[in-house]
Every structure is written in structure tokens, then in C-alpha cells.
Design a protein around this ligand. Sequence first.
Ligand code: KG4
Ligand code: ZN
Length: 335
Amino acid sequence: MILSIESSCDDSSIAITSIETNKLIYHKKISQELEHSVYGGVVPELAARLHIEALPKILEECEEYFKDLKAIAVTTAPGLSVTLTEGVMMAKALAITLKLPLISVNHLKGHIYSLFIQKEEVLPCTVLLVSGGHTQIIEANSLNDMKIVGSTSDDSFGESFDKVSKMLGLGYPGGPAVQENALLGDDNAYAFPIPLRQSPNIEYSFSGLKNAVRVAILKEQEEQKSQTLDIDTIQNICASFQKTAAEHILMKLKKYFKTSNPSTVAIVGGASANIHLREKVQKLCNEFKAELILSDLQFCSDNAAMIGRVAVEQYKKEEFVSFTNIDVEARLNNF
Ligand code: KG4
Ligand code: ZN
């Protein structure tokens, strides 16, 4: 079995995965959403302190499996450097004490392998990764052959939901809150511009859309003579924003499909839980006769099970790192 640790952002999580069967033997995650919600986003130092409390608590529950472990895996990149460091320190201590090899796991690969938790790996696959930190189209051919063919030049898809949510006073994380409000709103109420509509490139940008939403909110606040907008306005803004953000993703994805015609497509990352986006991508896949695969909803957001699943493949290839060579690469945005 492999014990894996994830602490790249605001989720403390540990998993134990069987190397032979990919079975998830143990998995626990403690999220810090409540603690960060009051600040409208993740505060790195607070997140690191909360990992220091949460990780040892989870680890205590895993002691019975220590005797069966063959390796310790940990997310080393990308993420917040102060929080990644907490996971890496725990992984090092465990590997030294239990005399086990260390596996350094890329968080982005983790999101891709969330598709294969308790399953066999199905690659090649074109992956749309939408999370709080990333928006990428990736050609995932095999464990060590992954190519980014499109990414965002500023905010990510999930981050734009967080920022819109913050502006509307809906709290953090914004994705679920905006999605819920959007369900009851009119998505034609505001004509927000679709970003990079005229550009031939396969690239994303969400800062202009975020700004258009900000301007609309300011205008409504002025008209309603209140900082807190009425519920109809909030729902209409959420619905119009969500539709435009998804339309931006879809337009570029369609451009990619036209040239590359992928047979298998996946959506991964925390924001892949977005139902509107899932429906739109499913329609596009039907149009291009591509198969769409999705991770279980519980494994869309950050978790150690996906890190453990990558680690199983790395273990089989003997991709180990030494205690002295394991480095945190907070800003690494590829593989
Ligand atoms: O993958 P994840 O847990 O963390 C990162 O690696 O960034 O993704 C978290 C992001 C947050 O920005 C959150 O607002 C977004 O995913 N998210 C959503 C939804 N659920 C979570 N965005 C849009 N719609 C959702 N339903
Ligand atoms: Zn993530």
C-alpha cells in the first residue's frame, strides 16, 4: 500500500491505496472552507497552521496500516509553498521513520488521475482541467507524456467564480454558491462579453469577464441604493456570468476539437463539479462523437486519493526521490 498526503491549498487529506488493485483502503479530508470564508479566499499562513493541526489527526487513524506500506507519496507542486511544505515535512518524517521510499507527485497529474481512482488507467485522453488555480486543456498520453495545449493568461475558471461570489457577498468557495444562485436566475439578464471571442488562439482569460460583472454590480448597487443587492439581481448576475464563463470554455474547446478530434475527453478539477459546464461539454462531445469521462463528484476537489492513484503508477516505474532532493515547486504550472 501507499500512503499519500495532499496539502497544496486548503484541504488536508491522507489516503491509503493498494498498489496491486488500485483499491482505496482509507481516505479522509478535512477542508478549511469555513475558516477562510470570512476572508473571501484562502489565507496561506492560516491554511498552513490548520494543516499542522489536521494532518497529524488524520495520520493517527492510519497507524494500523503502517506495517503494510511500501512508499510515502506527497504533493510537491504546484500550490501554496507554505502549505505544500507542511505535507512534505510529514512525508519526509514518515519515510525516514518507516524506512520507505518517497514519491513526489504533481498536483495537476493528481487531478487527471482522479478519473482512475479504484479503476484502471484509460489514456490517451484530452483533459479539461478547471480548478481554483488552473484552467488548461491537456493532451494526457501517458503518465510522463502530458502536454498543455491551452491555458489561461490570468484568472482561472474556478477563481472567477470565487471572485464573483466575493463581490456578491456569497462567501468562499464561490463555485457552489454561484451555481446554486444561477439555477434560479435568468441567464439572459446581463449580456456579459465572451472573452477572446475574436482570437484564433486556444487560450483562456477570465479577468475581463470578472471586471464586466464588477461594473454591473456597481451599477445595480447605485440603482438600488444599497451595497446588498436584492436576491433576483444576485441570481440573474450569477446565471448570466456562469453562462458566459462556460461559453468561453466551450468556444475554445470546440476550436480544439475541430483540429484534433479527440476520441476520449475528461473534465477534472474542483470546478468540474459545475453542472452547467458538464452539460455543455457533454453536448459538445456528443456532437463530435467523443466519449466524456468524469471523476466521482467526491474526487473533483483536492484530495489525497488522486495523489495516491498517481503514486501507484510512479511506484511501478520506481520514480522515487531522495529525502534531500524533495523540493516544493509552488509555481510549477506544467508537468
Ligand atoms: O481543485 P480544487 O479543489 O482546488 C484547486 O486545485 O484549485 O478547486 C477549487 C475551485 C474553487 O475555485 C471553487 O470555487 C471551484 O473549484 N468550484 C466550482 C464549483 N465547485 C467548486 N466552480 C464552479 N462551479 C462549481 N460547482
Ligand atoms: Zn486542485
